[in-house]
Design a protein around this ligand. Structure first.
Ligand code: UTP
Length: 293
């Protein structure tokens, strides 16, 4: 039986240059979709999948992420005084239990692969989940939970994938598809941001992974790849020579909230799914659209 995945890594040390000036002083991962920061959605997804330990790779200007996962006594006391017991209970439910969260720093944003490598000593010799919080995945059950089902059946390394327009492949990490059904197929190749003619498929790596700890040794060479950054895809490509990788075409929708369009679309989709605001929001949205016609 495969070793249980108990730990999740959240790299949050990037500069978020596509979202300036919003991300000049505020971390991209704290951008809100309706009323929850992106990082909270990622933690919720991990918790739903059975994760017990949350590791955040932070950097300069990211202290507010640590504060977000801490208690705020003044706020809690005020909510209590005002009888806002439900809001208080919801805030407390969002928090990891004491000792469940670890924070470490990536002193320089050298790339996603480097950020993951920074977690090596905290993760230890265990399989771990990796979630990119700016890739918000709206899915029921959550994408990581769907991947856990494939992991229980196959073990090894698991990557969540989805189809994109073949003309867009050069913006993403792409996998090659081998045998197996959509929910668990074998991956026979990977490439980061390929030219259209070199892409093995139109299946993109969508920001959720379950990886074996051997990836850390491969990341330790600090080899730079696409865009001059240390890429996780390059290390996974090497690991593919030694271990199995399974692709999971999950049921759900990804919003790339590191891009403006993805972020705005996510806000619309999540707001229209919220019982408390959907009717009023839909009216406002239709008014704006009709005025623009
Ligand atoms: P992105 O490439 O989307 O983030 O990385 P970025 O570099 O911050 O964004 P742009 O392209 O400049 O707008 C995906 C995730 O990996 C983290 C980011 O914080 C994000 O959550 N990351 C990226 C790191 O933690 N360290 C890095 O060196 C790079």
């Amino acid at each position: 039986m495969s070793k249980k995945v108990r730990t999740a890594v959240f790299p949050v040390a990037g500069l978020g240059t596509r979202f300036l000036p919003a991300t000049k002083a505020m971390p991209k991962e704290m951008l809100t979709v309706v009323d929850r920061p992106l990082i909270q959605y990622a933690v919720d997804e991990a918790r739903e999948a059975g994760i017990e330990h949350f590791i955040f790779i932070t950097g300069r200007n990211k202290g507010v992420i640590e504060d977000h996962f801490d208690r705020q006594f003044e706020l809690e006391a005020t909510l209590e005084q005002r009888g806002k017991t439900q809001a208080l209970a919801e805030l407390q439910a969002d928090l990891p239990v004491a000792g469940q969260a670890s924070f470490t720093r990536q002193q320089e944003p050298l790339g996603l692969g480097h950020a993951v490598w920074c977690a090596r000593d905290i993760v230890g010799n265990e399989p771990f989940a990796l979630l990119l919080p700016d890739m918000l995945i709206k899915a029921k059950p959550g994408a990581l939970k769907q991947m856990m089902q494939a992991y229980e059946a196959k073990g090894g390394n698991i990557i969540a994938v989805e189809e994109v327009d073949p003309n867009d492949v050069s913006s993403y990490g792409i996998v090659g598809r081998g045998d197996g059904e959509d929910k668990a197929f074998s991956i026979n190749g990977m490439v980061e941001k390929p030219k259209i003619q070199d892409a093995p498929s139109n299946l993109i790596i969508s920001g959720r992974y379950i990886l074996q700890p051997e990836i850390f040794k491969l990341l330790s060479s600090h080899t730079k790849g696409a865009g001059g950054e240390i890429q996780i895809t390059d290390a996974m490509q090497k690991l593919l020579k030694e271990q199995d990788f399974t692709g999971v075409k999950f049921a759900g929708t990804t919003y790339d909230c590191g891009s403006k369009i993805g972020f705005l679309a996510a806000n619309v989709a999540y707001a229209l799914d919220r019982d408390d605001i959907k009717d009023d929001f839909e009216k406002e949205l239709l008014k704006i659209i009709n005025e623009k016609k």
